[in-house]
Design a protein around this ligand. Structure first.
Ligand code: AHR
Length: 498
């Protein structure tokens, strides 16, 4: 058994958890929308065709904000195709994912769905084929109360009240040559600036996210981010980060992905702060990690043109869920600058929720860490003093065997600690010391582990991978000895005097 020490002090605060850290993403891609959130005629469909079984799981996940409608899709999307009477909406060839888009769902329906799911919309505008003026029309349509062409059109289309969408993305991954009408950093910076000005003139209360690098291994990273920010710094509120991880036949490396994500975040913080200094600005730019997950990025095969073909339907294993937990800890640990994050995506497409067309719905393995952290990772993020063994990875150098985050909810006196144990051979005994909290009582220790790292849930065995209760003994003088099984994800909860 390996040994580790974990000291928590209630006054060592990193930041406050912004609820928007637990966002997600629905793109018009594969079966995310059609036969995912929306399937008229399904036994569980409501009067608008939204699947109630899916809505229940989205609510259980406590997803705070959902990015929509893309993704790569948005760079060729004309948002006006998705408004007005459904029978009049055009069917289009959708070039990002080579599908047929029926436009049955558009921004009005999605805003309705978001209300039913107890979440908010984070809208993305098209800065590929789209123009800054069209982006402004969309803000006017969604957020202006009435008395103008676009706001009255929304009212005519059945939405008397504005959608009041607060957060808007200025395009998607515009640094990527795969993007429809991809731009250089200079050209994107100029276009995003003009769009930002128009959008904020229409609604000064909105927040804007500029496209940062689409991944940390882009050859243009981090120059892209610097150049873009030099154009838009004063006009935007966030810069975006996107990153997906996969197992490249090296479990140690894969488990250590959290170290790479942390490095990515810190490089973007440095880049943003450099631009801040150059501009003599007083504003700290915040980060929106609006696409993250495990994703096995096989080449998308060219298929015949179809409506909602099954694309990117990754099946997640226990190992994926462990890595996923480590990534989630990293996002929350950086809560002082990462104010928003979107798990990409939410339903069917690289997602925690998986549906059968005309059938049931299951929770994938990654569902559980997300649900636990979004539910219990509330309040202040604390900076623990951790001493634990390390191990050597091929890609990320030396990394600790544990990745963790601790939150303290002063309102209800609860402490939550989430820990990934990456060690492949040993359990770890952690001495957890809460000496500054006064009297601390254990609530629960929930573990996600198992004999088969490659086990996954399926419609035949929907609960093959799921968390279990472990024993959490009473501590002495605020000190607890806790065993973290090898290769496990752990949620530990305690209560203290308020
Ligand atoms: O989430 C899947 C795709 O990944 C998104 O459309 C794109 O933004 C990213 O490359």
């Amino acid at each position: 058994m390996k040994q580790a020490k974990y000291i928590l002090d209630k006054d060592y605060k990193i930041g406050t958890v912004d609820p928007h850290l637990f966002g997600s993403f629905i793109e018009h891609l594969g079966r995310a929308v059609y036969t995912g959130i929306y399937e008229p005629g399904h036994p569980m469909a409501d009067e608008q065709g939204f699947r109630k079984d899916v809505l229940e799981l989205v609510k259980d996940l406590q997803v705070s904000i959902v990015r929509y409608p893309g993704g790569n899709f948005v760079s060729g999307y004309n948002w006006t195709d998705g408004i007005g009477p459904v029978k009049d909406r055009p069917r289009r060839l959708e070039l990002a994912w080579r599908s047929i888009e029926t436009n049955e769902i558009g921004i009005d329906e999605f805003a309705d769905w978001a209300k039913k799911a107890n979440t908010q919309v984070m809208a993305a505008v098209n800065l590929g084929t789209g123009t800054p003026a069209e982006a402004g029309y969309m803000v006017e349509y969604c957020n202006h109360p009435s008395g103008t062409y676009w706001s009255d059109l929304r009212r005519k289309n059945g939405h008397e009240q504005p959608h009041n969408i607060k957060v808007w993305c200025l395009g998607n991954e515009m640094d990527g040559p795969w993007q429809i009408c991809h731009l250089s950093a200079e050209d994107y910076g100029k276009k995003a600036l003009e769009a930002a000005k128009i959008m904020k003139w229409i609604d000064p209360n909105i927040e804007l996210v500029a496209c940062g690098s689409s991944t940390s291994f882009m050859p243009t990273f981090p120059e892209w981010d610097r150049i873009v920010l030099e154009h838009v710094y004063d006009h935007v509120d966030y810069i975006s980060l996107h990153r997906y991880y996969e197992n490249d036949n090296d479990i140690g490396d894969f488990l250590g992905s959290f170290a790479d994500m942390d490095n990515f975040i810190h490089t973007i913080i440095s880049t943003a702060d450099y631009v801040k200094a150059k501009k003599r600005s007083k504003k700290n730019l915040m980060l929106s990690f609006d696409e993250w997950n495990v994703w096995y990025q096989k080449k998308v095969k060219l298929m015949p043109w179809e409506i909602a073909p099954p694309l990117l339907e990754d099946i997640y294993t226990l190992l994926d869920a462990l890595v996923f937990g480590g990534l989630l800890c990293t996002l929350v640990k950086n809560a002082d600058r990462v104010k928003m994050a979107c798990l990409a995506q939410l339903v069917n497409v690289i997602a925690p929720i998986y549906t059968q067309k005309g059938g049931g719905v299951i929770k994938q393995a990654i569902y559980y860490p997300f649900q636990q952290v979004s539910t219990f990772g509330q309040g202040e993020v604390l900076r623990p003093l951790v001493s634990c063994p390390t191990y050597e990875t091929k890609s990320y150098g030396e990394v600790p065997i544990m990745q963790s985050v601790a939150t303290f909810n002063r309102e209800d006196g609860s402490i939550s600690v989430f820990i990934l144990n990456c060690d492949q051979s040993d359990d770890v005994e952690v001495t957890m010391d809460f000496r500054s909290f006064g009297s601390v009582q254990p609530i629960e220790h929930i573990v996600l582990d198992g004999p088969d790292l490659f086990a996954s849930n399926s419609f035949d065995e929907p609960e093959k991978v799921k968390p279990r209760n472990a024993c959490l003994s009473a501590g002495q003088g605020g000190v607890f000895n806790i065993t973290l099984p090898k290769l496990s994800w752990n949620m530990l909860r305690f209560s203290c005097e308020k």
